[in-house]
Write a protein that binds this ligand. Structure first.
Ligand SMILES: Cc1cc2nc3c(=O)[nH]c(=O)nc-3n(C[C@H](O)[C@H](O)[C@H](O)COP(=O)(O)OP(=O)(O)OC[C@H]3O[C@@H](n4cnc5c(N)ncnc54)[C@H](O)[C@@H]3O)c2cc1C
Length: 341
């Protein structure tokens, strides 16, 4: 049954969520908590990724602008599922972990914004109608040198390119902006608030990742358990074997670790979100490794766990690479230890 829906189109899924009214709700973390298990049960990783980025980050950033002007109109259309959004932060001119050095520029005049540069590895890049682009409007290497600008992806000067065949349904790709001119009313929020707005919402994206990972681990473990209970081994089935049960139990422990992290997550806490994201990426990989090993060759079939594990490695990259987050965790050691020595 799951395979029949794996081919669904991300735009159609987005449109149907919009029609249901779920995208108009204010609290993205609550929406995602109830929505992610059902999305994970029905759709491929790429389609869930496409939806998740929009609910957790793109829509809230648009919404924070308020209902006025072109940004308010697009925000309302996106909430109705009529417009698909991309959130383009990772820059072609700098390491993704180092947003302060991004080179994509937004030149502001009285009534226009001109965008030049490029973004890479962007979810929905090849499928979205509009991208929220994080750009530099001042040369200084300072937290306040950035803004978000809403760029219609059919504007003259925009080119898009697919990033490859993984993450089917997520439209992951690269965007290039060459003298792309839009009205000044396409600036989202106040110039200078770009990184502050991102920091405010990226914690929700990381919570979304953890909730999604939790649902994914539970589903794959349950599927694996069913296979093991039916697969003949010796005089019984694989599930009777002590070594198989031990391996499986270790996967279960990792899955429970992810669930515990989700429930301890303090919404809006950036440091917590870094810890959770690193831990979740490691646990998902361990769970999928256990299941792939226990399923044997079957895990390499189309749609199997081995392929899923390759894609799920993105839990340790998208929205912040684990190494960079660990650097941030170490910076906050005293805070995390609560002053203990
Ligand atoms: C499937 C997928 C979807 C994505 N979707 C989006 C999207 O929708 N929007 C978007 O803007 N981006 C998106 N990205 C990009 C993603 O956010 C970046 O890949 C990520 O931020 C890491 O950047 P990078 O790939 O340039 O790696 P780098 O930042 O170059 O990091 C490479 C390695 O160096 C390590 N490293 C970097 N900095 C440090 C440090 N300070 N200390 C220690 N180690 C460090 C990292 O941990 C990593 O191991 C997506 C990526 C993937 C894979």
């Amino acid at each position: 049954m799951r395979e029949a829906v794996l081919d669904a189109d991300a735009r159609a899924v987005w449109a149907s969520l919009g029609r249901s009214g779920v995208l108009s709700r204010d609290r993205p973390a609550e929406v995602l908590r109830s929505l992610l298990p059902s999305l994970d049960a029905q759709y491929s990783l790429g389609i869930v990724l496409s939806v998740c980025v929009q609910i957790a980050t793109a829509l809230p950033i648009l919404r924070s602008h308020g209902p006025s002007g072109v940004v308010g109109r697009v925000s309302a259309e996106a909430a109705r599922g009529e417009v698909v959004l991309a959130l383009a932060a990772t820059d072609a001119g700098a390491a993704g972990s180092d947003l302060m050095d991004l080179t994509t520029s937004a030149r502001l005049s009285e009534d226009r914004v001109v965008v030049d540069g490029g973004k890479r590895w962007i979810t929905n890049a090849v499928t979205a109608d509009c991208a929220l682009v994080l750009a530099r409007h001042r040369p200084q290497r300072h937290f306040t040198s950035f803004l978000w600008v809403l760029v219609p992806l059919d504007a003259p000067g925009v080119t898009r390119e697919s990033a490859g065949s993984l993450f089917s349904g997520a439209g992951v790709g690269h965007l290039t902006f060459s003298g792309v001119s839009v009205g000044r009313d396409h600036v989202v929020g106040a110039p200078g608030r770009g990184l502050a707005m991102f920091a405010r919402h990226v914690a929700t994206e990381r919570l979304a990742g953890a909730l999604w990972a939790s649902a994914l681990c539970r589903r794959v473990l349950a599927d694996t358990r069913r296979v093991l209970a039916a697969r003949p081994l010796g005089s019984g089935v694989a599930w009777d074997n002590a070594v198989v049960r031990d391996r499986f139990a270790r996967g279960l422990v990792e899955a429970r670790r992810v669930e515990a992290l989700c429930s301890s997550f303090r919404e809006g806490e950036l440091v917590d979100s870094m810890v959770v994201k690193v831990a979740v990426a490691e646990s998902v990989d361990r769970v999928l490794a256990v299941c792939a090993e226990l399923l044997g060759a079957e895990s390499f079939a189309d749609g199997g766990v081995a392929g899923l594990r390759a894609e799920a490695a993105m839990f340790g990259v998208a929205g912040g690479a684990s190494g960079a987050l660990l650097a941030g965790v170490a910076d906050h050691a005293d805070y995390l230890l609560g002053g203990a020595r």
